[in-house]
Design a protein around this ligand. Sequence first.
Ligand SMILES: Nc1ncnc2c1ncn2[C@@H]1O[C@H](COP(=O)(O)OP(=O)(O)OP(=O)(O)O)[C@@H](O)[C@H]1O
Ligand SMILES: [Mg+2]
Length: 332
Amino acid sequence: MDRYERLTDKQAGNNAISLASVNVLSDVTPFIVVLAGSLYVIDGSLTLGSLIAFFAYVDRMRSPVAALVQAFPAITEGSVALQRLFEFLNTPTTIKEIDRPIELKEFQDSIRFSGVSFSYDNRDEVVKDLSFTLKKGKTYAFVGGSGGGKSTILQLLTRMYDADRGEIIIDGVNIKDYSLSSLRDKMGIVTQDNFLFSSSVRDNIRMAKLDATDDEVIAAAKKAFAHDFICALPNGYDTEVGERGVKLSGGQKQRIALARVFLKDPALILLDEATSALDNESEKLVQESIRQIDRDKTVIMIAHRLSTVLHADTILSSKTGGSSNAATIRAC
Ligand SMILES: Nc1ncnc2c1ncn2[C@@H]1O[C@H](COP(=O)(O)OP(=O)(O)OP(=O)(O)O)[C@@H](O)[C@H]1O
Ligand SMILES: [Mg+2]
């Protein structure tokens, strides 16, 4: 931090010196031109007209040169940012598609975890020999203590990471054989840390379905009980949010993420503590709207508290060592 402060100070000093030098130079130049030019005019080697024309050109060049110098710090900062961006984009990802992936056209029947084990650091297994089957059209709840590996299960299902051992099978096919886009296209997820882009609320919801009409965006927001707080924002649906805009609370971000899911209307809905950041009243409302999700959808809900998922068809718990579906999420 000290080093950052020192370097920033140094950079600000350099910028100030270069700007001041350019300003002094650009103020002094006309005098030098007039003075030196007059000497040439007097000894007859330059006409007065040429001197006036030259002076006019020098004067016109002053502001573009000053603007260029002023823009220099922004250009260097921008090029560093661009370099970082390319480094990020070039980071090799461990998740790879097979050569000729299959398109998952429609989720039809089941998701099966078969002996799945996974560790983030090749040491501690977060998910250990996990097996269960989820049927289409049912609502499942994963309940368990913090750090038990619940979110990791969703990371594996969405192929943010691949299992070290075992298989995840959707409709009889290993998820590694599907194209990533067709796999993720069937899923809508509300995570514990929902990300908003620096854009309007409307765009942030619409990213789930780019060709959605404004009416569809609003209908999805209403379903997620986000409409009222959005309307209370300074510019309603056009309010800028994210890094440079209005900062939304965790509960508001959750409801935007839920609105995205309702707009996308995917076959598989993954809700990771989707109501944890809400106050009691909003939680009840959002729970109600989750409960009304169409019966043909398959829902996986993750919760710390059993009370929020009592309506689920099957509850898989790490404390009890699994339900009849034989889920064994690592006990805490
Ligand atoms: N990206 C990661 N890199 C390394 N370790 C991780 C990462 N994500 C999670 N872990 C570790 O894996 C374990 C399981 O984490 P996970 O997020 O799946 O738990 P959880 O059951 O969702 O917990 P919570 O209820 O608090 O959300 C934890 O010990 C956590 O520290
Ligand atoms: Mg979690």
